[in-house]
Structures are given as C-alpha cells and as structure tokens.
Design a protein around this ligand. Structure first.
Ligand SMILES: [Zn+2]
Length: 452
C-alpha cells in the first residue's frame, strides 16, 4: 500500500495499524506444532475470506516476527512483504469486489509477546508450557489475522506438542491423537470469534469435569464446564470455583442462554496480574486461588464476558465500557444474588472511590491510554447501575437480557446500546447517557427511584 493512501473506514482509531477493513474473514484453520523447551511454533494458517465493496489488488494481515514460508492466495503463490507486524499480500490476480478467497500462510519462529503500554500481549512462554492472553492486540503474536474485534470468524485449531502436555483452546475438542511422543489436539469453535479472544494454553494440567452437560444449544440444557489446572492446586480450586455452576445458572437467568457450546477455565501454572477472557474460556493465575473464594468476583467477571464482549462484541475499542461495565456490574449482581453486599452498596463504594480520583476519563471514548484504567471498570459498573435506578427493576433486567439475546454473536457500538436502552425508559435517557458517558465529571451516586 502506498503511504499516501487514505486509511480505509472501519479502522480502529486506537489501533489504526491493526486490521484491514477492506475484507473480512469468516474462518481460520490453524495447524500448529509447538515445542515448549525451545519455545518453537510453526505451521500454517488457512483463512477463508471475502473481499469488501472494492476490488483488492493487495491486502494485509497482522503477524509478528516469524519466518514466512509460503503465502498462497486461492492456492497460488502470492507476493508479500512482512514488516512492522504487517504481512502485506499481493495476489497474482486482483480479487474482485465481493469475491470469496482463501489465504494460506506457512510460518515458523519463536513466538513472543507483542509489546504494549500494558506489558506483553499474546503468546507467553511459561516455565513449563505457554498461554495466550491477547486483549486487545496480542493475537498477531502467534497467528496471522485480520486483527480487529469486529471481524469475527469460526476457528479450527490443531496443535501438536509433546505428549505429557495438555492443550486447551476455546471450543469443542474434536480429536486427540497420539503418535510416538507427540499428541495432536484439534479444537473447533463454530461461534463467531474476535481474534483477540482466540487462545491456546499448553501445560501439564489435571482435567476436572465440573459439569458434564450438553454442547448442543437447546432449551434448558446444562452448559458443560471443565477446568484445567496444576494438580497440586485441586483443593483450593474446589472451593474457589465451587459456585461457578450456580453462577452460570444465574447469569443465564439474567442475560439469556449461554452463547457458546461449553465453558472452560484454565488456571495457568503462573501468577497473572488479572485473569483474562477468551471465547468459551477464561484463564486465571495461581494467585487467584486461595481456597477462600477471595477472587470469586473475578470468576463472575470472566464468566460475564462470555455474554458481554465475547458474544456481543464491540465494533472497535472506543466502546470497551460495554464489555467492562457489564462484567463489573455482573460481579455486583452475583454478590447480591449470593447473599453478599448489594449492587447498590458496591455502587456506593465505587462512587466514593471515583470521587477521590482525577475526573478526566470519558467513559464512552476513554482513549487508548485509559481504556484499561480501573476507573473505566468502576464507572462502567456505575453507569449500568444508574440505568437500573432509572428504569426500575423489571424494565432494567428485561433491557439487559434483550440486549444480550438480540445482539448474540453480533457487533455493537455505544450508540446501539443507548438507542436500545432508550426503548425501555419512560423518559428519555439522553441526560443520563451524557452525564455518564460523555462528561468526565462524576455524576452524583445514582439511587433507586431517582432518574438521574
Ligand atoms: Zn474484564
């Protein structure tokens, strides 16, 4: 692409170099081999994609430093350049507008995290294994992708690794085949998935079937829930995650059917600053277990992301409060339901906390620098609480469930949400949304029966 060319619309203003809005991918098939000792990853990615409204003489994928073998478009060798995280591909023949095409990239190397203001993102080598935590832009650390949250695709992921290791990826395990000292694990995630939510964990883990359940979505099915963790932590885990199955029931009551086939939890053999959500899966660190349920709010937070963020995805990162505000509020809803402090009490605590901090964060467009600031989480939860106070219990919970159900597996922006919520209110919500989303000043603590 010539540097003079104007960036296409649909580019994320926080990460303008990530993604290419001129085409979309509907399926990824990754066939990878990983050797934990030398931290060596190699294999191929096959993408099934569709060109947008204009013909494509070239297009780009995001991919960190790897040695590129072959690049094929529709089975034919293509020209490419690979610099600064961008794999720019020029097919032998331009792709017509709206044309379906396939891209195959063969690559190998030593994956390492993508550097960012939040530390390393993406593929992380552990003492004995690896994990992937990509939010928001770490996915290119391990596979070539159109790295924008709105471009959701189905995934098949095959990983071959030495036999003692367990491989976990989001989705259903299709097969596990051992040949001599290596085992190949094949996972299928049929639901539309954002690139940052694709994950792999590799380690020497015990497998715990928490709930057998049924992977086929049907009314009143029980969602299968599995955990993978270092065997020595089983006693703590059993207490810390004891209530996750009840949590799943409660969230299905509140937010509608669980959006994916199954839910898995990985406790990586490593301390992690925060747990991280992936599609149908969440990764925790050893520090999130203590046998006293100290981190249970995080169990609720990560589970809630399956609806808010993973199924209902944001168009770009400006709208991140839609993910984190609801995940935060779900922590409070769970505590309230489980007999702990009420959501109103949590809201009061969050409000007091924010009142003592700088008020320079615009929730509806926080900027890249503040998108993971704790104030965004707290104020996001408070905004949801303000809506509950304004709408009343019945309309609020109907609004939330309808939001998750109607946008299931979809892509949304803040304006979609405000228009949606407005339909459940007796009086317009413009003032509320202005105060909470646009104005950095902290509005008064919302209380039930008060509309603003
Ligand atoms: Zn979160």
């Amino acid at each position: 692409m010539s540097p003079k060319q104007v960036a296409p619309t649909g580019v994320d203003p926080y990460f303008p170099t990530h993604g290419d809005a001129r085409y979309r991918v509907h399926r990824y098939e990754l066939v990878l081999d990983y050797r934990p000792g030398p931290n060596r990853l190699g294999g191929s990615a096959r993408l099934s994609a569709v060109a947008g409204a204009a013909a494509l003489a070239e297009f780009a994928l995001d991919l960190a430093e790897f040695r590129i073998g072959r690049v094929l478009v529709d089975g034919r060798a293509a020209h490419y350049t690979h610099r600064a995280g961008k794999l720019r591909i020029r097919p032998a023949k331009a792709l017509a507008a709206g044309a379906a095409f396939t891209v195959e990239v063969h690559y190998t190397g030593n994956p390492k995290p993508v550097r960012s203001q939040w530390g390393g993102l993406g593929w992380e080598e552990l003492t004995d294994g690896a994990l992937v935590a990509s939010q928001p832009v770490g996915a290119p650390s391990w596979y070539p992708c159109n790295d924008r949250p709105a471009d959701k695709a189905s995934y098949q992921i095959s990983v071959t690794t030495p036999t003692p290791y367990t491989v976990i990826a989001g989705g259903r395990l299709l097969s596990r085949t051992t040949r001599s000292s290596s085992t190949t694990w094949v996972y299928e995630q049929p639901a539309p998935t954002s690139s940052y939510l694709v994950t792999v964990s590799i380690g020497q883990y015990a497998t715990v079937r928490l709930i057998e359940g049924s992977t086929t979505p049907s009314p009143n099915r029980t969602v299968p829930q599995t955990a993978y963790l270092p065997a020595r932590l089983l006693p703590e885990f059993t207490t810390d995650f004891a209530r996750q199955a009840r949590m799943m029931h409660h969230f299905e009551d509140l937010f509608g059917p669980y959006p994916f086939g199954e839910y898995a939890v990985v406790v990586a053999d490593e301390e992690l600053d925060v747990p991280v959500e992936a599609q149908g899966l969440a990764t925790f660190g050893t520090n999130h277990l203590d046998g006293s349920r100290t981190s249970e709010r995080l169990v609720a937070h990560e589970l809630a992301h399956q609806w808010f963020g993973n199924s209902v995805s944001i168009a770009d990162w400006r709208h991140i409060w839609l993910n984190e505000g609801f995940a935060k509020y779900a922590e409070w809803l769970w505590a309230e339901y489980a007999g702990g402090r009420t959501a109103a009490a949590h809201a009061a605590t969050a409000h007091a906390l924010l009142a003592g901090l700088p008020q320079d964060l615009r929730l509806g467009d926080p900027g890249k620098k503040l998108m993971f600031d704790d104030r965004l989480y707290q104020r996001g939860g408070l905004t949801v609480h303000a809506l509950r106070c304004a709408l009343g219990e019945e309309a609020f919970f109907r609004m939330v469930k309808d939001w998750a159900v109607r946008n299931r597996h979809g892509v949304v922006a803040t304006a979609d949400f405000t228009a949606h919520a407005d339909r459940y209110a007796a009086a317009p919500l413009d003032g509320l949304f202005h105060d909470w989303l646009d104005d950095p000043l902290l509005p008064p603590l919302p209380t039930a029966g008060v509309s603003r």
